[in-house]
Write a protein that binds this ligand. Structure first.
Ligand code: GTP
Ligand code: MG
Length: 231
């Protein structure tokens, strides 16, 4: 039996950021491939799911694979990743609810609007809060939205790079309106999470071999624990 050759993984993602930066629009583009010029502000939070398929090559050729993931580790058909997405409300009055959604998240997409300087300050606030309060394994991705408004840009990529390199974060720019980079953002997150999962399963198996014990708690599918679900 090869424990690593799981065909499906499930991960929880949360989106955080100031109101009107386009969190719901990014999710809508990813889940429904559509965009609304006039969207209602989110109340509380919205929950959506979407699956994407990763080929074997997507995983093996990723820069995140340090050769510890080999061709035998992954099923020939690749891996289907199901995302459970919590799109939080950016309005100030909902701020205290956020921890319910980022708790136990596998990845957090912190969104700012490249045309709104203050939205980067709010993004930095969320990053600091996550680093203090969230699970240490949560991957944080700082994402500038509204790339279609490049001519009105107030935040340069250099400003952001300086910040992301200090905190060692991933960094993306997307447009929910045109769809530019949106699928790539979620695909990169999926690859990172799958590789992280496969590596940690590898480590568990190696440890088990050495200790001659069986870890009954090992979770090869990384399914989220319903008891910990914020829903
Ligand atoms: N030009 C442009 N407008 C966008 C883009 N993404 C979102 N918008 C617009 O920005 C406004 C706010 O978008 P939302 O997706 O509702 O923002 P939000 O971050 O979810 O806001 P809250 O729910 O209040 O936290 C809407 O009018 C969108 O049409 C984009 O990529 N480009
Ligand atoms: Mg919203």
């Amino acid at each position: 039996m090869n424990r690593q050759r799981s065909k499906q993984s499930q991960f929880k993602i949360v989106l955080l950021g100031e109101s009107a930066v386009g969190k719901s629009s990014v999710v809508q583009r990813f889940v429904k491939n559509s965009f609304d010029e006039y969207r209602e502000s989110t109340i509380g939070a919205a929950f959506l799911t979407q699956s994407i398929h990763l080929s074997k090559n997507d995983i093996l050729s990723s820069g995140d694979n340090d050769n510890s993931i080999t061709t035998d580790t992954i099923d020939d058909d690749g891996i289907t990743v199901k995302f459970e997405i919590w799109d939080t409300a950016g309005q100030e009055r909902y701020r205290s609810l956020a921890s319910m959604y980022y708790r136990n998240a596998n990845a957090a997409i912190i969104v700012y609007d490249i045309t709104q300087l203050e939205s980067l300050d709010k993004a930095k606030y969320w990053i600091k809060e996550l680093q203090r309060q969230a699970n240490k394994d949560t991957i944080i991705i700082l994402t500038g939205n509204k790339l279609d408004l490049n001519d009105e840009r107030k935040i340069s990529i250099d400003d952001v790079n300086e910040f992301t390199s200090i905190y060692n974060l991933l960094n993306f720019e997307v447009s929910a309106k045109t769809g530019e980079n949106v699928n790539q953002l979620f695909k990169d997150i999926a690859i990172k999470l799958v590789i992280k999962n496969l590596k940690s399963n590898n480590n568990l198996n190696t440890t088990n071999k050495h200790s001659n014990t069986i870890n009954l708690n090992q979770n090869t599918n990384n399914t989220t624990n319903d008891q910990n679900c914020a829903c």
